[in-house]
Design a binder for this molecule. Structure first.
Ligand SMILES: *Cc1c(COP(=O)(O)O)cnc(C)c1O
Length: 367
């Protein structure tokens, strides 16, 4: 029974997805679980602890503050920080959070902090740009970078990595093949000069699904753990971990010509029954879902959002549905998924999930 807006986190689905992704890679390949952005809108601490117990080899977050929260919660597994900011480098070292070093400037700055803090062999990860053009050393800087790192005892390169630009898009197969090849060659040059062989990793979830031959020694999985693969049609046996549920606060009977919500966004073409729900754009259901674009499910029937999405509420058309105030409403679950709702508004599951506000109550389910 749902009595307020609730995000259910299904740990058995998470366990299933972890096993599915593991089954796609060789048994010796490490699995890094990406738990940035509150573990894709869920609950990073709950998810990371659960995955740590299942044997996840590594975690990744975007920022140092996210890593600190995990350390404060008792996580012991190595944590890679994908996009650390230099202002937080000291904290990163204090909390044993391993930075991605992606440019000479970032490397030099981090090195200076590590030396100042008397570190030896502090674990770092070197990121190369192989085509995404977001973060990463130029591959032409590989030899110089490896040479700098080879003579610095304060740092130890745990891994060399890069990120695929279009792993989910098989139309871009040739581009991806080129990225894989560039990465592989870059690693060889790096290892030759650095003298040790760090872990290599390139694939995200779609990479694991479409290019398992490029798993190298580790893969980085985010969205797949939460239940989504490349597309609604191509989700393998992944199961959505998150279900967003709410309740009907109030029902209004509208006469023809009456309107709903701000700016009279919806005008009833004839008599209608409208339900108000306690969830709005401040909860992560953006205004793009308004005016008939998105819908919810009530007793298995579709109720479109009418009018403009408010900060704390949406109104839905329940004219054809037998329901009453206090009844449960499904915004998304494993049947009508977050991916489908996201697609209705031309966005992706990643955006919908990570937009879910921290004020929504989380509830852990182990079905
Ligand atoms: C977010 C992120 C991932 C996870 O990608 P998914 O598609 O969610 O599996 C992997 N690597 C990097 C560098 C990322 O930023």
């Amino acid at each position: 029974m749902i009595s307020e807006t609730t995000l259910e986190i299904d740990l058995s689905a998470l366990k299933n997805n972890y096993a599915v992704l593991r089954s796609k890679i060789p048994s010796k390949t490490l699995l890094l679980a990406v738990v940035k952005a509150f573990a894709y809108g869920s609950d990073a601490i709950v998810v990371a602890k659960f995955l740590e117990n299942l044997g996840a080899d590594y975690f990744a977050v975007a920022y140092v503050s996210e890593g600190i929260a995990l350390r404060n919660a008792g996580l012991k597994t190595p944590i890679l920080v994908l996009h650390p900011q230099s202002v937080n480098f000291k904290k990163a070292i204090e909390y044993k959070l391993e930075p991605s070093l992606y440019s000479e400037k970032v490397l030099t700055t981090f090195l200076a902090v590590a030396v100042e803090m008397n570190q030896t062999a502090f674990p770092v990860h070197i990121k190369f740009n192989t085509g995404l053009n977001r973060l990463g050393f130029s591959t032409s800087a590989t030899a110089d970078t490896a040479a700098i790192l080879a003579r610095e005892s304060a740092l130890s390169v745990k891994s060399v990595f890069s990120h695929l630009a279009a792993s989910e898009d098989l139309q871009e197969r040739n581009f991806t093949a080129k990225q894989i090849d560039t990465f592989s060659k870059t690693c060889n040059v790096f290892e030759g000069i650095y003298g040790k062989v760090p872990i290599r990793h390139l694939c995200n979830t779609s990479g694991v699904i479409n290019y398992p031959e490029a798993a190298f020694e580790m893969v980085r999985c985010g969205i797949g753990l939460y239940g989504f693969g490349n597309s609604a049609k191509n989700n393998f046996n992944l199961m959505p971990v998150l279900a967003l549920k709410t309740v009907i606060s109030q029902i209004h009977d509208l006469k023809k010509g009456e309107s709903v919500g701000y700016n009279r966004g919806y005008i009833a073409a004839d008599s209608k029954k409208i339900a108000t729900l306690p969830i709005g754009h401040a909860d992560g259901i953006g205004r793009q879902y308004g005016n008939g674009v998105g819908s919810v499910n009530i007793h298995g029937q579709k109720a479109p959002i009418v009018g403009n999405v408010c900060m704390d509420m949406v109104m839905v058309d329940i004219s054809q549905i037998d329901c009453k105030e206090g009844d449960s409403v499904v915004v998304f679950d494993s049947f009508t998924t977050a991916e489908q709702l996201a697609e209705s508004a031309q966005t992706i599951s990643y955006e919908l999930l990570t937009s879910l506000s921290q004020r929504i109550k989380r509830s852990i389910i182990e079905s």
